[in-house]
Design a protein around this ligand. Sequence first.
Ligand code: ACK
Length: 320
Amino acid sequence: PTEGTISTIISSYYDDQCEFPRENLSIGHLIGKGAFGLVYQGLAKNINSKEKLTTIAIKTVQDDATPDEIENLLKELCVMKMVGKHANIISLLGCCTKGGQVMLIVEYARYGNLRDYLRRKRPSGHILSGSFEQDDNDDGYKQDDNDNLINSLTTMDLIFFCLQIATGMEYLHSQKCIHRDLAARNVLLAESRVCKIADFGLARDLTQTYYYRKQTDGRVPVKWMSPEALFDRKFSTKSDVWSFAILAWEIMTYGGTPYPSIAAEHLFDYLKNGNRMSQPAHCPHEIFQLIELCWTFKESLRPTFIQICESLRCYLYGSS
Ligand code: ACK
């Protein structure tokens, strides 16, 4: 890769409206590292008119990133710009594309990803339905002063997480965007336990025809994928609904691992034969019925996020 290729890619994505001055950013510690790139915590000066200094998260790539990796980050930036702001979606605050490494500045979610949060909050002795994994509650993550273990999660709290995510997804679909990688690891938890859908690395504009592309690190989120996404590489709002069912199951099991005993290559046949995960110990029957509807084999029979939100609101607040 030449410098030329990279700068051509970057300049084709350049947008003055969104550009934030690098000198107003202070990069703090590394929060996450993986094949996708790097996430740092940081401080931004005057990014939000109400505060002088705002804690933010910075998403960037390694110094030796390939043009493809940089372009993927820029595509994620485009999707986030297109989606706009919603309380249940991580919002873009700005970006740095000129004069150095490409950086996305996004709102900071203090409790990190939902999967690990749920595991930390797992009641002791919790029965892991259908799961043979170790109860690895203690992952050494930052324990929080305002949200310690006394503050346990009730079934209603878990269902409220589902509703928040479904509300974010209803908005995302209304913006003609499909996520394609909806999973508890890609939902972040911000102040006051607000769920925010994140990781638009695989998200796509529904108005354009996109073909299936592997994640940059070659991993495919097989256990969250609908049969038609697995088999025909067909992603749609309905495949997001299937992924939501797996995510709701993760929530109701306090961060359980889906199909722990099924190898990825056997999953399609397993699902085609009508097999699904079982009802989690603390999952109310009505909620499990909704989950089952969302993982219906035939995509046209799955509900929309508008209907999912209605059902969850009805369960939580009674019929309106
Ligand atoms: O649980 P975590 O700290 O939450 O581990 C992952 C890691 O980076 C890789 O994605 C964290 N992360 C990503 N985006 C943000 C954000 N906007 N605010 C806080 N943490 C974030 C995520």
